[in-house]
Design a protein around this ligand. Sequence first.
Ligand code: NDP
Ligand code: GDR
Length: 369
Amino acid sequence: GEAQPASSQIQMGSGGGEVPRPMPGERRKVALITGITGQDGSYLTEFLLGNGYEVHGLIRRSSNFNTARLDHLYVDPHNAVKARMKLHYADLSDASSLRRWVDALLPDEVYNLAAQSHVAVSFEIPDYTADVVATGALRLLEAVRCATKPARYYQAGSSEMFGSTPPPQSEASPFHPRSPYAAAKVAAHWYTVNYREAYGLFACNGILFNHESPRRGENFVTRKITRAVGRIRLGLQTKVFLGNLSAARDWGFAGDYVEAMWMMLQQEEPGDYVVATEESHTVEEFLQAAFSYVGLDWKDHVVIDPRYFRPAEVDSLKGDSTKARRALGWKPKVGFQDLVKMMVDHDIETAKREKVLVDAGYIDAQQQP
Ligand code: NDP
Ligand code: GDR
């Protein structure tokens, strides 16, 4: 059945504004998104709704509501004219649920964004990570292959697949994964290539470098830092515990990256594309930018905790996205400094709201992340 987002009183986001309408006799394009409740899922949904799509998302059952990133887009499904985003229960570990929704919805485009996406956690739950990330992609590809109407398929690949291959990394660089997560993503990449070659599926791999936003999960390093900056600035905490500060990443803005996903599926031929800013910074440089933006010195607040070191690390990622820039006409709009500012500004506001609750005695500052 249809799943309900947490707060059904919230009416419209970009889902309710002026958007392209289908021509008479034409149906709206239909997109099916796995991982719709995640960072990228929410930005992609906004983008597709803004372009006139009907968007269906597969969400998994959780004991807590997991739709916070989508609440602003939710319109009661009983309002059939305005409600163009619909959510359904399924799971990447349940092939029949995927098959059933692909058959029932007959989407034009399928975006496979679902994953156990935390690299460090994949060392703790490797078997589950492989099941969802690798075999989950295979299950979805099979559902798409068997559907009565051909759909275009997007696979959320990752720069982690390059692992220890030195930068700059392009589509031609060899994969050398350094975690169970990355190895599973390599398998999903090749399943996607194989379904393209074996069955002629319009299937694309986006090899996306790190992309962040105010909606980034709170245990990824950028958001962990900007959350801490907000809380330290507001006096809610004094220290933040981190691992390896010398790793370098090519960090972009998630809102820019979901557009590249869509662009890949609008081409005449399917293909694989690296998507990156082509600029690399260390975790330490991110700390410097985030703390100094609010007049703080990161060295006064950061404590190294070895529990955040990984059994194997990816030292340096910097993408070469020449192909995507030439063939798709894609380029990032948000640079490193603006990304840091966007995230810190947002998390200062988050901390202000928390402080109101702390001061009123409703929550304990220590109990927050
Ligand atoms: P998130 O971790 O924010 O979101 C992951 C999504 O997958 C969530 O909606 C989550 O649901 C869902 N999910 C997890 N397990 C299952 C399952 N068993 N069945 C169904 N759904 C499941 O990731 P991002 O939005 O950041 O990333 C999107 C995709 O892109 C992921 O595949 C990630 O690996 C990949 N990627 C991300 C990059 C980045 O920098 N962000 C870079 C390159 C690739 P729930 O909300 O219930 O947890
Ligand atoms: P990553 O992102 O592993 O690149 O994967 P993450 O933000 O977790 O780590 C980036 C780098 O920061 C170092 N680091 C820490 N990381 C976390 N999470 N917490 C810490 O306290 C900490 N201290 C230092 C890490 O060691 C690492 O070098 C992300 C995910 O979104 C993947 O799903 C995606 O595929 C890749 O980006 C591209």
